[in-house]
Ligand binder design. Structure first.
Ligand code: SAM
Length: 180
């Protein structure tokens, strides 16, 4: 299958630390292969995401790149660029096409914004996709997008090299700790 990488644009250290961390957590937990952070460099976000991968498993790549334009332009040679925006084509009207491309092993770069997204992103994206044409959140948009793409199968995916694993239980917290 192709690789799915999330590009988080426009991170602001003081405003977005928590939400950018959540974008990374959702990307990993809902089946993406990695995240590229852009905007202000924030070692704290990178560290907390790396800690989660260390404890809860991967593989999941985490990197920072100031030059998001280069990332997007380079990506266009090796895959498809999808920008999540409330102004885009509504998900139910485009998901079949995107699932088809994914089945053909295409790599996806999924862009989510923070502050106002530069208009060039709308031009560079192969698909501008809305998760409903109402404003909400990059965390919700990414979760719903990935869940629809993978038709829920990501929820039962086993990650590798985890130190901690949850044993699902209806009434208590059960975990097993593994020595690596
Ligand atoms: N006001 C900003 C703008 O005009 O670009 C958007 C801010 S919004 C809180 C942050 C990000 O959430 C957006 O860049 C987009 O990626 C995502 N987002 C919010 N609502 C969305 C929707 N309905 N569909 C898809 N993505 C959405």
């Amino acid at each position: 299958m192709g690789k799915i990488i999330v590009l988080r644009l426009g991170h602001r250290v003081y405003r977005d630390r928590r939400i950018t961390t959540h974008v990374g957590l959702v990307a990993r937990a809902f089946g993406a292969d990695g995240i590229i952070l852009s905007g202000e460099h924030d070692e704290n976000v990178i560290k907390s995401l790396k800690n989660v991968v260390e404890k809860w498993g991967g593989p999941f790549s985490i990197s920072y790149e100031k030059n998001w334009l280069k990332i997007i332009r380079d990506w266009k040679n090796q895959g498809i660029v999808i920008h999540l925006t409330m102004y885009g084509i509504n998900l139910p009207d485009i998901i079949e096409k995107l699932r088809e491309l994914y089945k053909q092993n295409k790599n996806f770069l999924i862009i989510v914004g923070a502050e106002k997204v530069p208009s060039i992103i709308f031009e560079l994206a192969d698909y501008n996709v809305a998760i409903g044409n109402q404003p909400h959140s990059e965390v919700a948009a990414l979760a719903v997008f990935l869940d629809w793409l993978f038709t829920g199968k990501e929820l039962t995916k086993e990650l590798q090299n985890a130190e901690i694993k949850i044993i699902p239980s209806s009434h208590e917290k059960k975990i097993i700790r593994k020595k690596k």
